[in-house]
Design a protein around this ligand. Structure first.
Ligand code: 5GP
Ligand code: MG
Length: 178
């Protein structure tokens, strides 16, 4: 039912838009409860742009700021392991409370790199938010503070996530059909 095709691959519905809405609301509630002062949300592009925009609209912490960085590691359906910083944070963020917004944490290479970059900038505190988390693929020790949903090691697309640049506009999340 409702399968889609992107290039050579078929995908099936995995997380519907309605469930995504619930996940985003419950994450926002928990983040709002943290009440960290003058937080800076750093959106890790590209994949997290839709998730981040839905989430940030629900953040009610006073003096919230938003910034973006871009890191790239995936080619096709496998993590390339090689990370490329496309652009980072230019302004002074020393002593700031940071929330990193990720679409999905897989091996953890990307989040590890992002945390390393931010720690070099002497931030006060880093919390990690991810919509999706693959516990069986995760190889790092860094704690993921806010997890929308843990999933198995399937390749997923939609709601910002792509397969070779296609599928980001889909409002459901789909998983690869074997
Ligand atoms: P990691 O560095 O943790 O292995 O992978 C993190 C990045 O790889 C994510 O931010 C995301 O861009 C991409 N990625 C990981 N798993 C998937 C997946 O199932 N689907 C898509 N489209 N991208 C993924
Ligand atoms: Mg990402």
């Amino acid at each position: 039912m409702n399968d889609i095709q992107l290039y050579d691959k078929k995908f099936e519905v995995f997380i519907k838009a309605d469930e995504l809405k619930h996940i985003v609301s419950s994450l926002a509630k928990k983040i709002n409860e943290s009440n960290l002062e003058n937080p800076l949300f750093i959106v890790v592009l590209n994949g997290s742009f839709l998730f981040a925009s839905d989430l940030i609209k629900k953040i009610e912490i006073p003096n919230t700021e938003i910034s973006f960085m871009k890191i790239s590691s995936y080619i096709g359906v496998n993590s390339s392991g090689k990370l490329k910083k496309i652009f980072g944070i230019e302004k002074d963020i020393s002593n700031r409370n940071i929330f990193i917004i990720e679409d999905i944490v897989d091996s953890g290479n990307t989040i590890h790199e992002v945390v390393k970059i931010l720690n070099n900038k002497n931030v006060k505190n880093i919390k990690i938010i991810t919509l999706l988390y693959k516990p069986d693929a995760y190889k790092k020790k860094i704690k993921i503070d806010y997890i929308g949903k843990s999933i198995s090691n399937d390749f997923v697309v939609g709601y910002g996530l792509d397969y070779n640049d296609l599928g980001r506009n889909l409002s459901n999340i789909y998983k690869l059909k074997e």
